[in-house]
Design a protein around this ligand. Structure first.
Ligand code: PGA
Length: 252
């Protein structure tokens, strides 16, 4: 099965109106009017509307980095799936390791957010990944299995038909230390195998992105692995040229 690669930029808590403007103009120019694979950018909430306007007609998709479990109501400071869809978002990251480790999101909350995203008409990008201690203790598969099963139990395997999985080893995020293509491939194959235990057709079609210090210089090798279907990119997504290079690697 040919899976179209997806390259997603996670801006995290970076940017300003001026940077959003220049980054997206430069990205459009660098991609020369047509994205070489599916391309997604996830700016901070305050810049979603502006980003949507700048991306109009570009084919580049818009996503958010987080959403609330609930759709509306007395939840001060939260942003819901329906609000994001209203702003033109197609995707939303769910369970990024920074949400899990810094903001106390456990697998149960992450699963509820995944369901909330789909209820709001958004495609969740479900992030999973092990810490360095967990990898060194040999528990990578157990940790990722638990993170994935929490979602499969609540949402069912069929939900993955309109979702994306991102494998992001915590030790590779923002550290400059990328998983080797072989290390990534091993976990991606494990993830796909877990999905296949529930539904082989969905397992074949679901995209599994790699995240953690992806750059234009390493994206080609990572993306050439059979179960790596693109990347979730933090730091390098703030540089239009570097990010465009990663997108081009996704087009081969
Ligand atoms: P990085 O971040 O590319 O800066 O390592 C990836 C991520 O956290 O999604």
């Amino acid at each position: 099965m040919m899976r179209t690669k997806l390259v997603a930029g996670n801006w995290k808590m970076n940017g300003s109106r001026a940077q959003t403007d220049s980054l997206l103009r430069d990205l459009r120019a660098a991609l020369d009017g047509s994205p070489p694979c599916e391309v997604l950018v996830c700016p901070g909430f305050p810049y979603l509307q502006q980003a949507g306007e700048l991306l109009a007609g570009s084919g580049i998709r818009l996503g958010a980095q987080n959403l609330a479990v609930e759709d509306a109501g007395a939840f001060t400071g939260e942003v819901s799936g329906p609000m994001l869809a209203d702003l033109g978002c197609e995707y939303v990251l769910v369970g990024h390791s920074e949400r899990r480790s810094l903001f106390g999101e456990d697998s149960d909350t992450v699963a509820k957010k995944y369901v909330a995203a789909q209820r709001g008409g958004l495609k969740p990008v479900l992030c999973v990944g092990e810490s360095l201690e967990e990898r060194e203790a040999g528990t990578t598969e157990r940790v990722i299995g638990e993170q994935l099963r929490a979602v499969l139990e609540l949402a069912g395997v069929d939900s993955l038909a309109s979702a994306v999985i991102a494998y992001e080893p915590v030790w590779a995020i923002g550290t400059g230390r990328t998983a080797s293509p072989e290390q990534a491939q091993a976990v991606h194959a494990f993830v796909r195998g877990l999905v296949a235990e529930n539904n082989g057709i969905i397992a074949d079609s679901v995209r599994v992105l790699y995240g953690g210090s992806v750059k234009s210089s390493n994206a080609g090798d990572l993306f050439s692995m059979p179960d790596v279907d693109g990347g979730l990119v933090g730091g390098a997504s703030l540089d239009a040229q570097d990010f465009a290079g990663i997108c081009r690697a996704g087009g081969h």
